[in-house]
Each structure stands twice: as C-alpha cells, then as structure tokens.
Design a protein around this ligand. Structure first.
Ligand code: NAD
Length: 465
C-alpha cells in the first residue's frame, strides 16, 4: 500500500518539473545573444579584432554555411515570425528566407579598382568599416538579420543588432543561427551579437559606442531620422508607399495577376509592395474583374467605410494605421465586417485623397483610383509616394510613359510589367536585399555598401606595358 501523502508528493514534484521545463528550454543560451548591450559590445569588439586576420576565402565559407542553415531553417523562422509578431503569411515568409539565402551577395561583391599610368600604380580596395550597428524592423525580422549579416561579414565587418522589440525572439534566433554557421566554418565567437531584450536604451548605447563605426537602420521614418542625427556614417532604409499605374496599353490580365501577387505577398508587409493602384478609366473594370479572378475580393459601398474604421485610426482628421491589424490575413478583415471569405487581397475603388491611398498600410488592402490619362496618373502616384523615393511600379507597353513616370517619381526601385518583388530579384534580374536605402542613396544595399574605400599608391613603376 502506497500512502496518500507519498502519492501527492510525487504528483507535486512531476507538476513542478513540468512547469519548469519550458522555462529551462527558453533560457537555453543563444549564441551571440547577451543580457545587456554592454556585454554584447565587449564580445563583438574581441571578435572583430580576431576577424581582421581571417581571409576572404574564410569569410566566404562562413557565408555559405549561413545560406545552408537559412534554407534548412526557413520554415522554423517563418513560423516563429508569424507567431511572435502576428503578422504575415508562413508560406510567403519561407520564400523570403529562401531568397535571402540564394540571392544575397557575398564576397564576390568586393571589386577593387586599379589605375595605372606614367606615375605608377594605384589600387583602391574595399575595406571593412569595423563594427556595424544595425537596427531591424518587425516586418522582415529574421530576413533582415540574415541578409545584413551576410553582406556585413562579407565586407570584413562585425555586427551588433538591436532588433525590433516585438520581433526579437525570431531576430535573435537568426543571430544564433549565423553564429552557429560562423563557428562551424572556423570563425570567431560572437562576430554577430544582439541583446535579449532590445529597448530604446540599448539602441542608444549601441549608437553612441565609439567602437561602432557605421549605423544601418531598416524601418520607418523615426529610426532613420534618429540615425541620421547620430554624427556617424549611417545608412537609412526607410518607409515607402509604392504606387502602381496600369494604362490602356498593358496586358490587363497579366497586370491584374501580377498586382494581386505583389500586393498580397506576406500580407503586404514588404516595403516594396504595391500599396495603391492608379488605373486608366478605360481598362479599370477589366482590371478589377481580372483581379477578382486572381484571388482578390472587391469590397463596395459602405463596407469600405467600415473597413477604414477597422484598419485605421483617425485623430483630428488625420489617419494612421491601426497597429493591431498590420499584416493580418484579408479573411480576418472580412470576418470583422461580417463577410465569410478568405481571399489573398481586398480591393476597393476610392478617390485619390482616400486614406487607403495616402497611408502606408502594410495590410492586404489595395485601393484603386480611376484616372483619365498618364499625366493624371503620374501626378497622383508621385503625390501618394510622398517623396520617399522608395518604390514605384507600372504596367504599360508605352516606353514614353514608362520613362515619364520613372523620371517623375525618382524611386530607388522601379518595376515595369511584373509583381513588385521582381525589384528585389524574385522573377527579376539582380541580387536581393532587405535593406533598401533610399534616403541615404546606397539603393539596394549589398557587401559593397558596408565597406570603405582605401587607396594604395605605388609611384615607382610596376608596369608590364
Ligand atoms: P519601425 O520604424 O517601427 O521599427 C524599425 C526599427 O526601428 C525597430 O527596431 C524599432 O525598435 C526602431 N526604432 C523605431 N523608432 C526609433 C527611434 N526613434 N530611435 C531608435 N530606434 C527606433 O518599423 P517596423 O514597423 O518594424 O517596419 C515597418 C517600416 O519599415 C515601414 O515603414 C517599412 O516601409 C519600413 N521598411 C523599410 C525597408 C527598406 O528596406 N527601406 C525594409 C523593411 C521595412
């Protein structure tokens, strides 16, 4: 006979250890992730010193390990990202990680230049900047950590991240992943670091640390402004509100399908995604019809006003996003309106000055504005882009119109006749990046963006001609 007291002791101890188990696994030390920014900075300083003696071939080995692990763990990070932030779509986030792994440049982007002549030989090489401080967004949290790391360490730098607080679990998972990859390739410990609980204070400490020689921010206007007033070399990748124009020469069925694909990708979180559409009146009905055949739901009448109340917050006549709804599935918005449907994208017709046109929504909602001609379309699109000089798109076969729009809008990315993501190398030529630096002009950042030029002069000859 086992006495009752003994049984209850066993039950109590089993329950206690079951409760402790998850806490223990959460506490598992992640490589490169520190409790305080001070510790992170100390560790990365030591790592950078060691890294100076590594060869370019060794850098490349580490990067190729990061590519491999990113592909292997793409789904884990995609799920973590959606779970932690409540934003985006797992299947699309998997693709984003795959693109980072396959299309982020490595050391091949380091191209020296040479000048020779009667006065000898001059060599210009792309040298590391040193320790780079990087602030990352909630919309592409792990993708930005992985993409920044590859470019930055390819350039010979070390990195300290201050991720978005609402996405720091998945961002720090990526920090751990890159450290695992670096160590497996024989690289130094803590070449890439972060803090467990990033805050504005840790961000300030990182920015003010004299050993941090370059700052990179990917996010909205606030963080870019802060960085640009830091007094350090800064790369700012800021907000956008990309318009797309569809004229009467476009292949309307393809334009409709491309726009639905681009605007619904990861629930419109990407900063490059089509966020409002200006369509020639003569083809607008055909465009809308084709969009609905490609996964869009057309919302009409007072339902559009109801959707405004869900998606946006109004104060003194000014609209801003309702953060709770950023990156949510289109079906959830419709459910809130009492509609039972689960499309990829919600579309609706609005006037030009509607908040769905003017606000950077980052939700799978696309406003369509009818225009009479290309001049009107360009004027409205330029206004909606708000001078961010980020991204703009057009579907047209008229070269004069393509050129006129590109010249007027002056964006870093300009995509013709394809979904917006062609601009970052998905179904379009060229490499990828998740840090598109419009405000500071580096454009699509890559290894070369994270280097400084150094000139070495030999004036006493060495010619073979
Ligand atoms: P966010 O601006 O809220 O946050 C971005 C990062 O900046 C976070 O780490 C945040 O903690 C930090 N931050 C914000 N304000 C700060 C301040 N004043 N000082 C210091 N740090 C500050 O952006 P988000 O919601 O995470 O991301 C969406 C925004 O980022 C959109 O506007 C989108 O267009 C933009 N974005 C741009 C690019 C690009 O490559 N240009 C890429 C992704 C996202």
């Amino acid at each position: 006979m086992i006495d009752e007291k003994y049984i209850s002791q066993i039950v109590e101890s089993v329950l206690k250890s079951a409760q402790e188990a998850p806490a223990k696994s959460e506490d598992k030390k992640q490589l490169g992730v520190f409790e305080t920014m001070e510790e992170a900075l100390d560790a990365v300083k030591k790592a950078y010193k060691q890294y100076r003696s590594y060869t370019v071939a060794q850098r490349e080995k580490m990067i190729s390990n990061i590519r491999k692990l990113t592909l292997e763990e793409a789904e884990v990070m995609a799920r973590m990202g959606v779970d932690e932030t409540g934003m985006g779509r797992v299947e699309d986030k998997i693709i984003k990680h795959q693109v980072v792994a396959n299309k982020t440049p490595g050391t091949e982007d380091l191209q020296p230049s040479v000048m020779t002549g009667d006065d000898g030989l001059t060599l210009i090489e792309m040298a590391p900047f040193g320790i780079i401080g990087s602030i990352t967004p909630s919309t592409n949290p792990s993708e930005t950590v992985l993409c920044n790391t590859m470019g930055m360490i390819a350039g010979g730098n070390a990195v300290v991240f201050n991720p978005h607080p609402n996405a720091c679990k998945v961002a720090n998972y990526a920090v751990d992943l890159v450290n695992r990859a670096i160590l497996a390739a024989g690289g130094p410990e803590n070449l890439v670091v972060s803090v467990k609980k990033p805050t504005m204070d840790t961000s300030k400490m990182m920015m003010e640390c004299p050993d941090v020689k370059m700052l990179v921010a990917t996010g909205g206007p606030g963080v870019v402004r802060t960085l640009l007033s830091s007094g350090k070399k800064a790369i700012g990748a800021g907000a956008g509100n990309p318009p797309v124009i569809v004229d009467d020469t476009a292949d309307i069925a393809k334009a409709a399908s491309d726009i639905v694909k681009g605007a619904s990708f990861d629930n419109n979180l990407p900063c490059i995604a089509e966020k409002e559409c200006f369509a020639f009146s003569s083809i607008a009905d055909e465009l809308i019809d084709n969009m609905t055949k490609n996964g869009a739901y057309l919302l009409k009448g007072d339902m559009v006003d109801k959707l405004v109340k869900v998606a946006l917050v109004e104060k003194d006549g000014k609209y801003s996003i309702n953060k709770k709804w950023v990156g949510k599935d289109a079906g959830l918005f419709l459910k809130e309106l009492g509609i039972d449907a689960d499309p990829r994208l919600i579309i609706c017709e609005t006037p030009e000055n509607h908040p769905f046109v003017q606000v950077e929504m980052m939700m799978p909602i696309l406003a369509i504005v009818r225009v009479n001609n290309i001049e009107e379309a360009i004027e409205m699109a330029v206004k909606a882009e708000h001078g961010c000089r980020h991204s703009a798109h057009i579907h047209s076969k008229n070269v004069d119109r393509l050129t006129a729009f590109a010249r007027a809008v002056e964006t870093t990315i300009f995509v013709k006749n394809a979904p917006s993501y062609a601009g970052i190398g998905v179904g379009g030529e060229g490499y990828t990046t998740f840090t598109i630096a419009g405000p500071t002009g580096e454009g699509l950042t890559a290894t070369h963006s994270f280097t400084r030029q150094r000139r070495c002069v030999m004036a006493d000859g060495l010619h073979i001609v």
